[in-house]
Design a binder for this molecule. Structure first.
Ligand code: SF4
Length: 322
């Protein structure tokens, strides 16, 4: 195959938002020695739609550990034997403080809780804390009903994160305590309530490229606004092993998702530093236009200052929300 020409064709098709399953299969089989041609296509699509703007965000784990669900990768599941800190809802004051700090930086702020769903009282407290704060507010609080989504909206939340984690075919190997359809239902309900939706998953859990293609098509069909891409950071005591993928394979996933969903926010989240190492700034040249900064749920990140420096050195501009 002439990969130079194929990269041009895929670039054109992506601009027209018409990448098909055959194209995704071509991307999946793209040889490592030619991978820069694929990155160039994804990078040009990113530049076409996003210019040099990138979207950062920060998050706070407001309730940690003790989760009844059995997600194999998750250090917060009671089915896994990890040393994660189990903590009830943090003080509302901390939520307010962190939300205001994010506002001062111009970053959206996301409250995240462990657990299948939240106690009504906890949700009320979170909403009360957020409603008095400035800035763009996001939430990731598990399975909610329509009334609960409306409470979030009234508190000023504009975007809801709920990941599918992986393909429908691979999901039963990762989670058995709830179904893929439970997750899809929640995503659709959040959209119906008028929230933007952030929905993606984790890579490096033993899924195949076939699964990645299936997953990519699923997310495109759901028409989510932001696709968070996490690379597995295997925590001791969870039921997954450290990923076998090298950084270039992870970056190929970023390119696949950018090319398939050219106008969406493709956001690289957890596992960036640990899995990509020196290549982490390549996420943008592989097609990403978003990132989580300043640490993840139960693991540390490079830190906001280090990320700011990277963005500046790359000649990119943070799209700030002030
Ligand atoms: S990913 Fe969420 S639902 Fe699954 S075990 Fe972790 S906290 Fe619970």
């Amino acid at each position: 195959m002439d990969y130079f020409k194929t990269a041009q064709t895929i670039y054109q098709r992506s601009l027209e938002n018409s990448i098909n399953e055959t194209d995704l299969s071509t991307i999946a089989h793209w040889p490592e020695e030619q991978v820069m041609l694929l990155f160039a296509s994804a990078d040009m699509v990113r530049r076409h739609f996003c210019k040099n703007g990138v979207d950062p965000c920060t998050l706070l784990n407001v309730k940690s550990g003790g989760c009844s669900e059995d997600c194999a990768f998750c250090s917060q599941s009671t089915h896994n034997k990890t040393n994660v800190n189990v903590q009830d809802l943090v003080e509302p004051q901390l939520i307010k403080q962190r939300c205001e700090e994010s506002f001062d930086k111009g970053f959206p702020f996301c409250v995240v809780s462990s657990g299948r769903s939240l106690k009504k009282e906890d949700l009320k407290q979170i909403c009360n804390a957020l409603s008095g704060c400035r800035g763009e507010k996001h939430a990731s609080l598990g399975i909610l009903d329509e009334r609960e989504f409306s409470m979030l909206r009234e508190a000023g939340v504009v975007c809801y994160n709920h990941n599918l984690e992986t393909s429908r075919s691979y999901f039963p190997s990762i989670v058995t305590t709830h179904s893929y359809d439970d997750r899809i239902k929640t995503v659709k309900l959040a959209k119906k309530t008028g929230l933007r939706v952030c929905c993606g998953g984790i890579f490096g859990m033993g899924e195949s490229w076939r699964d990645r293609i299936e997953f990519c098509i699923q997310l495109r069909d759901l028409d989510v606004d932001t696709v968070p891409i996490n690379f597995l950071n295997a925590v001791a005591g969870t039921r997954v092993s450290a990923p076998k993928e090298n950084p270039l394979e992870f970056l190929k996933i970023v390119s696949m998702f950018r090319l398939a969903m050219p106008q969406k926010t493709i956001k690289v989240c957890g596992g960036r530093e640990v899995n990509l190492g020196a290549l982490q700034s390549m996420i943008f040249f592989a097609g990403a236009n978003g990132y989580v900064s300043g640490g993840y749920l139960t693991t540390a990140g490079a830190g906001i200052s280090a990320d700011d420096k990277m963005i500046e050195e790359l000649g990119l501009t943070k799209k700030l929300k002030q």
